[in-house]
Design a protein around this ligand. Structure first.
Ligand SMILES: Cc1cc2nc3c(=O)[nH]c(=O)nc-3n(C[C@H](O)[C@H](O)[C@H](O)COP(=O)(O)OP(=O)(O)OC[C@H]3O[C@@H](n4cnc5c(N)ncnc54)[C@H](O)[C@@H]3O)c2cc1C
Length: 381
């Protein structure tokens, strides 16, 4: 098997890296990288992504007619690896480019594509994901936010929780119940400035400003805001989540953090043989996650994102395992990096400690895997 990159891909990676070095502020690590949900980082994200878009680097893997360059999905991956090496300066816009855009490309109407894809491709719009509710996380089908049809409109009432970046988002990719049957859920594209939407932030480990409740009181959207047929959210959600789950090369961030940690341990004279062996073991796990991510990408390029694919779950589990081991390694051997010595490592710690929960829990990944790959009965319904 040949794992090497082509000359073109190496050139593309160099272009992205040069761009990052030229366009990230000099105080990036001190003042921006610390706050995934901070106002400063989110404002920065709009300017930075607009520049990326002008350079043709934001959505190069999209079709030309929607602001892309028809380039391979590998370019998306190369770009994401480079971004995560800098703790993802695109901020929430990775969601627009990585999975909301692709979901609209596959399931959106011509009108929705024309309205939203050029905006996402411009890098100036922030989206949030309105899936989880207080009683509906893993069990998404239990959600109670309702969208009731009233002629040419839907009227939305209910509440979402854990909504990352909601206070700065322009649009929400919303799931709402459109009839009382358990699985009758539909997807809506909702402008966050619609009357009746109230966003309330709450503190979280990642950063104040990251997490929110979003309340809907008689929010009206036109029928044309619905993606797909009424009650047919599941194929869209499955497709979007399979993109989301592998869209983040966390292993790249972990790789960078492990390298920094080793440098510090060497400076401190603490890089003992035991720690060398431990860090080598973690590095091997990071590389497993990387190779599995490449395998997912390979499969996707060959066959598209199939709902029944199991590799994305395997990759997600491997990446979460590698990150968890690294978090323990940091806590055991460099606890001072988590309280002042390194903002970059502290952010990694804060962001990755939730990686076994956000975008589908670790246990859910195992459940999906056991069901799809081993044909065992499902624990979650
Ligand atoms: C930092 C962060 C950012 C997030 N951002 C967003 C966002 O932008 N938009 C959004 O919609 N959501 C977001 N989420 C929510 C996330 O998707 C949910 O937290 C996740 O789906 C789990 O749901 P829950 O929190 O309700 O936990 P639960 O589903 O209640 O699960 C709690 C625990 O119970 C286990 N469990 C659940 N059901 C079963 C069962 N039937 N059998 C056995 N075990 C079970 C789970 O595996 C888990 O360990 C975010 C979460 C975090 C932490």
């Amino acid at each position: 098997m040949d794992f090497s990159w082509t000359d073109e891909q190496v050139g593309f990676r160099r272009r992205v890296r040069n761009f990052l070095q030229a366009n990230l502020p000099k105080d990036w690590y001190e003042n921006y990288v610390f706050g995934l949900g901070s106002e400063q980082q989110l404002d920065f994200s709009r300017e930075f992504c607009a520049k990326l878009a002008e350079e043709g680097l934001l959505t190069s893997h999209w079709p030309k007619e929607y602001g892309g360059a028809d380039s391979s999905l590998w370019d998306l991956f190369i770009e994401s690896e480079e971004m995560w090496d800098f703790a993802e300066p695109r901020g929430p816009q990775y969601m627009g480019t990585n999975w909301i855009g692709p979901a609209l490309l596959k399931f959106g109407t011509a009108e929705q594509k024309a309205e939203h894809l050029p905006r996402i491709a411009s890098g100036k719009y922030i989206w949030c994901q309105g899936f989880s509710e207080p009683q509906a996380g893993t069990d998404l089908a239990a959600l109670t936010t309702r969208a009731e049809r009233a002629g040419s409109k839907y009227i939305i009432n209910g509440m979402k929780i854990w909504t990352s970046y909601a206070y700065k988002a322009d649009w929400m990719f919303l799931l709402a119940r459109t009839s009382s049957s358990r699985k009758s859920i539909s997807v809506f594209l909702v402008p966050m400035n619609a009357p009746g939407i109230r966003v309330v932030g709450f503190p979280g480990l990642v950063e104040p400003g990251h997490l929110h409740e979003v309340h809907f009181t008689d929010v009206e959207v036109p029928v044309s805001a619905r993606v797909g047929e009424e009650g047919q959210a599941w194929p869209i959600v499955t497709y979007a989540l399979s993109h989301e789950r592998v869209g983040l090369p966390r292993y790249q961030w972990a790789d960078r953090v492990l390298g920094l940690a080793i440098e510090m341990l060497k400076i401190d004279g603490k890089f003992t043989e035991t720690l060398q062996a431990e860090s080598a073991r973690i590095l091997a796990k990071i590389e497993v996650a990387r190779v599995l991510a490449y395998a997912v990408m390979n499969e996707r390029i060959a066959d598209g994102a199939r709902a029944e694919a199991t590799l994305p779950n395997v990759q997600r589990i491997a990446a979460a395992d590698a990150c968890s081991d690294l978090l323990s390694f940091l806590m055991d051997n460099l606890p001072e990096t988590l309280c002042g010595r390194s903002k970059f490592i502290e952010l990694f710690y804060r962001a990755q400690i939730v990686s076994t929960i956000a975008s589908g829990t670790y246990e859910l990944q195992l459940d999906l895997l056991s069901h799809r790959a081993l044909q065992l009965p499902r624990m979650y319904t």
